[in-house]
Ligand binder design. Structure first.
Ligand code: URA
Length: 444
């Protein structure tokens, strides 16, 4: 087999065989296929696409390029959740303790944030003492003991994806359905869960800007998961403004705790409930659905069950247990005033009046990056305590000089830069705009 023939075939729009895809992924992972050939291949895929069969095959080959997590020592159906990335997305911090409190084992490998989107691991590390670098043995033992563990990736998971993603980033080949779907799903398959709930973000702060594209990506990913024998469903949720009110690591943990206390922001709470309900639905825990006779009844029951585990305080307690088991101070969960705060709390006053009609979500993410809450390069250090509190959401009225947001900053110069970024992110209109639909679709 020759790499040039594989590139030529794809360039001409032909379908690749399983053997050809395997040869390419293996060669690129072990270094025998150079970057320039892989770049040419990726660009050919960008123009010509891959069909479902090729995409499933690419995903499996990438998943098998490194270690596969073995979660067989954990009893019960393990359900994973993944979001395609957005601004202010702290749903994992809510959903993981909720489903764990319902008896579903949560074995979550999470990432750090990069660019304008945040990562669960960084957020958790804003709790004093919380360790996300726990060894595999402790990870498994904690799940068997308290039904939950959340850790950063320690094993050599999907080295092929690591190399290919880095190359896509510098060759303008990130935004392709097959490449995004295979990249995300290869990591999910290698992480060892039995079922997967995907949150495909849709809007100007996400990869997918419109519902049709998000649906297409969701269908590709669910097909990959299901054909690998893992029950996979996807929700398509709005990302035309940050999710919730807080953007920044400790601020997002505090907001997640508010949701677990039953007083979280409305849209954030709804997305969390829907995700957790779907995790319960795919978990095969029939004891929750004994009296249900239709899918509709099962969905309603799952939603009610999730709401009641939040109301009872059991989900919040689970977050405190998780914190303690991973070396953190559980008092933070019950008393959020313990979180360290940034040096300055600066109001951002709006320079116009009207109904907020548009938010450039990515700009809000970038403002938080400027303050130091995110990293531009993998090696960058982050500041856990800076960020943004949004006082207004799309559709709200704002008067001239009214406060739009607070910046939590440690550096006044950076705060000035972040302030102009936020002010330029919003537009107003004289009429009240319609709210963006929050849950835009469901794929199973
Ligand atoms: N996240 C990933 O892990 N891969 C992509 O291609 C896009 C988002």
């Amino acid at each position: 087999m020759h790499i040039v023939d594989i590139i030529t075939k794809k360039r001409n729009g032909e379908k690749l065989s399983k053997e050809e895809i395997k040869y390419l992924v293996k060669g690129y992972t072990d270094g025998t296929v150079p970057d320039y050939q892989m770049s040419a291949f990726l660009m050919a895929v960008w123009f010509r696409g891959m069909d479902k069969e090729e995409t499933v095959c690419l995903t499996k080959e990438m998943a098998q390029s490194g270690d596969m997590m073995d979660l067989s020592r954990i009893h019960g159906i393990k359900v994973d959740k993944h979001s395609t990335g957005g601004v202010g997305d702290k749903t994992t911090l809510v959903v993981a303790p909720v489903v764990s409190a319902l008896g579903i084992p949560v074995a979550k490998m999470s990432g750090r944030g990069l660019g304008h989107t945040g990562g669960t691991i960084d957020k958790l590390e804003s709790i004093e003492g919380f360790r996300t670098d726990i060894p595999e043995e402790q990870f498994i033992n904690n799940i068997n003991k308290i039904n939950i563990a959340i850790a950063g990736q320690t094993k050599n998971i999907c080295p092929a994806d690591k190399k290919i993603y880095a190359l896509r980033d510098v060759t303008a080949t990130v935004d392709n359905y097959s490449l995004i779907a295979s990249s995300i799903m290869s990591k999910k398959l290698a992480s060892g869960a039995d079922a997967i709930v995907l949150d495909v973000k849709c809007g100007n702060g996400a990869f997918m800007h419109d519902t049709d594209s998000a649906l297409k990506l969701a269908k590709t990913m669910t097909k990959i998961g299901n054909s690998a024998g893992k029950r996979t469903v996807a929700l398509i949720t709005d990302m035309n403004e940050p999710l919730g009110r807080m953007v920044g690591n400790s601020l997002e943990v505090i907001e997640a705790i508010e949701v677990l206390n039953g007083n979280g922001e409305e849209r954030l709470t709804e997305v969390c409930i829907m995700l957790a309900a779907n995790m319960l639905l795919v978990s095969d825990r029939e004891e929750y659905f004994e009296d249900c006779h239709s899918d509709e009844e099962r969905r309603t029951k799952a939603t009610e069950t999730v709401k009641s585990v939040i109301k009872s305080g059991a989900a919040l307690k689970k977050l405190a247990e998780l914190t303690k088991a991973q070396g953190g101070n559980p008092e933070y969960i019950y008393n959020t005033s313990l979180f360290k705060t940034a040096a300055y709390k600066i109001p951002v006053k709006y320079n116009n009046s009207g109904y907020l009609s548009y938010c450039d979500t990515e700009k809000v993410g970038k403002a938080s990056l400027i303050l130091g809450a995110g990293r531009e390069k993998k090696e960058d250090k982050i500041n856990h305590y800076v960020g943004i509190e949004l006082l207004k959401k799309l559709g709200d009225y704002i008067g001239k000089d009214e406060i739009l947001a607070y910046l939590y900053a440690d550096d006044k110069e950076k705060a000035e830069e972040a302030e102009s970024m936020i002010l330029s992110a919003y537009e107003v209109s004289p009429e009240k705009p319609e709210k963006n639909k929050l849950i835009k679709g469901f794929v199973c």
